[in-house]
Write a protein that binds this ligand. Structure first.
Ligand SMILES: [Zn+2]
Length: 268
């Protein structure tokens, strides 16, 4: 898959390099400088003279447009080195400092980060808040790193509003990515466990509804059945009394076997 299932519309920009030449391990979030719709972001990047694009646009109402397929490099962050590795977003924002975005756009941005990390096998989204540390960092295969446009050009992008939320976005996305695996294990309560355990025991008991056993015990089995030291239960599928040869023996049953043996041979 080379685009997000979260998109509402698509308007592919001519401003792109196809295909990208690096694996994806970065996300770069930008601000549009204008509270516009997803469709409007798509229109802006149809203009070839702009020489600009993004992979996704997030509109003011949280709807998402695909502008450059993930397999291609967008022209977004004033850095080929970054954009060949990054999935870039343009998020609708106010036109002035601190370039705030709507809650709907912020939630859509977080959801899109989560979706991208999942589809690319990442379990951690990292924000270091430090250009040198970030650009020299080699992410592990499960890590996605956030970068910002202001590190590559004299720009305010992504605006202080989104910049100051990068730590929250990284933490929230990483929490979501890890909770999906741990909750699956921890969610079971006692009642559910008991049901599962009972079902498992029932399946085990049903597996004993025949007289399967090893040939090494043939003489012993013949002896204890002929002398009625062991008694079988309801006949199994083979029509013979079910001696449950492979089942475990309780102490109660063991006592009964010894008692039957003793009675048979006049010891009790
Ligand atoms: Zn930017």
């Amino acid at each position: 898959m080379s685009s997000s299932p979260l998109i509402s519309c698509t308007n592919i920009s001519p401003n792109r390099s196809s295909p990208r030449n690096k694996p994806i391990d970065r996300i770069t979030i930008h601000c549009v400088v204008g509270q516009c719709t997803a469709e409007r972001i798509g229109e802006i990047f149809q203009n070839k003279n702009r020489q600009a694009s993004c992979n996704y646009g997030v509109g003011k109402d949280g709807r998402i447009i695909l502008v450059v397929d993930e397999k291609d490099r967008s022209w977004c962050s004033s850095s080929g080195a970054n954009d060949h590795r990054a999935i870039t977003f343009e998020v609708a924002s106010d036109a002035t400092h601190p370039y705030a975005v709507t809650d709907a756009a912020l939630q859509a941005t977080i959801n899109l980060c989560e979706d991208i990390c999942r589809r690319h096998g990442k379990t951690r989204l990292l924000w270091f808040g430090d250009k040198d540390k970030t650009l020299s960092y080699s992410p592990a295969p499960n890590e996605m790193v956030m970068t910002v446009h202001r590190w590559f050009a004299a720009k305010a992008c992504p605006g202080d509003y989104l910049y100051n939320l990068h730590g929250m976005i990284a933490a929230e996305v990483t929490k979501r990515l890890s909770s999906a695996t741990t909750e699956g294990v921890c969610e079971m309560n006692q009642e559910q466990f008991d049901k599962m355990f009972d079902a498992s025991m029932l399946r085990y008991r049903r597996s004993l509804q025949d007289n399967d056993c090893g040939t090494w015990s043939e003489a012993a089995r013949k002896f204890v059945t002929e002398n009625r030291i062991f008694s079988g239960g309801t006949p199994g599928p083979d029509g013979q009394p079910n001696f449950m040869w492979e089942d475990l023996l309780t102490r109660e049953q063991c006592a009964q076997v010894l008692y039957a043996f003793a009675v048979k041979f006049g010891l009790a």
